[in-house]
Design a protein around this ligand. Sequence first.
Ligand code: C2E
Ligand code: MG
Ligand code: MG
Length: 429
Amino acid sequence: MNFPDLAIFERDGVARANRQITKALRKGQSLFVMVVRLNDIQKLCASYGHKMADEIMEEFFKRLVDFANDGDAIQRIGQQRFVVLLNGLDNRGYVTLAAQKIERITRELMTKYGKAPVVRAAIGIASGDTPGTDAQDLMRCAEIASLDAHLKGQPHAFYENAGPQHLIESWAMEKRLSSAIETGQMRLHFQPKLCLTSREIVGVEALMRWEDEKLGTISPDVFIQLAEETGQIVELTQFAIHHVCRQLHDWRDSMPGLNAAVNVTPSMIRGNDVIDMIKSAAGIWDVSFDALTVEVTENALLEDRVASHRILKHVQALGAQVSIDDFGTGYSSMAYLKEIPANELKIDRSFVGDMLEDEMDHKIVEHCIGIANSFGLRVVAEGIETKAVLDELSQLGCDFAQGYYICRPLPAAELLNWYEHQFKAAIAV
Ligand code: C2E
Ligand code: MG
Ligand code: MG
């Protein structure tokens, strides 16, 4: 089957940056992570159209690559966000100089486009020298610092001057999130899951999106964490479960038999709320429980084993599925794995993306498939960006696949359009 050659957005993004940071941290190299956020992209789109605005972003990306030294790494992680990994710099003075250079690159690019609206860079910087910091912490800290820089109108900010607590107090991000929830600004996108044996789309994963008019696009890694800290996660999870059930109801004729997965955070699998939400939403929208999957990360389960097992067993007793997300990044022992109430393992995308180039990643993926088989669990690989990786996973006996190569997460209407016009057409070829 040939998949449609879709324009791949955010290709090589977060997962690749995560892997590069993890490798640098493992080698004990001194490093700084920068998140460069270009603001007012919406104005650029309004003036030039999306295609031109995207070309400008591509050019900005190329200029960043030219600016980088050997050992540095640049990734695009969103429409308006880039990650710069500065390796081997141990002096903040040099990092500040690098940030100023990126500001200059932005100014020069915008001058080239003459009458373009002013697009400014807001650069957040996090240092890798704090013991115990992992790649995801560093990316999150750099994201928060870049939001902080943007809100203060400064070109750049180091993380220690920001901090989630400071951000919450000073900039009332929590209030903005509340109001976004209340006024219905939160959105769900859906990414399809392909069965590697039947080559059919068997499910979708719901992924939340928040576009704030002042802050721009905020990564779910930032706002889900914030919601978890402030308790707003209850409303967000409720929104996700209801929206997913409503969507399954709407799709029952166009995509019959589809399963939909909702991500659930550690705090939500310690109490009964999630069970009540599933019962209520499935009842309202007349959705069968077995059309629903609850995704929890491996680490969330380790936080409070007794409570999380109780809730997940309850989820299974209803007839819904349980999937262990980001599998391979936690510390589950074999003895523990056999007790987990789960139907599925999802291999973390940080191992899948590079598995053909990185022998160790390949071994980890093989091992995860082996573990799933021996425990009688289905196995899903996420983060598939190329046909070669998809073919390799089929060879290895992986059951399901998810990733930009198949389809990126899309709003519901676009997903249906993709399914009917591109996916089905590709099968027919
Ligand atoms: P996750 O559940 O592991 O979701 C998969 C992430 O991988 C998504 O990032 C998705 O857009 C991205 N992805 C999918 N295919 C590819 C690919 O081929 N390459 C790469 N590089 N990435 C790919 P996203 O949407 O930014 O979400 C990040 C995380 O935020 C999710 O990780 C999940 O933990 C959390 N999240 C998102 N939506 C929700 C939600 O509604 N509730 C909760 N509790 N968490 C959510
Ligand atoms: Mg997930
Ligand atoms: Mg995952």
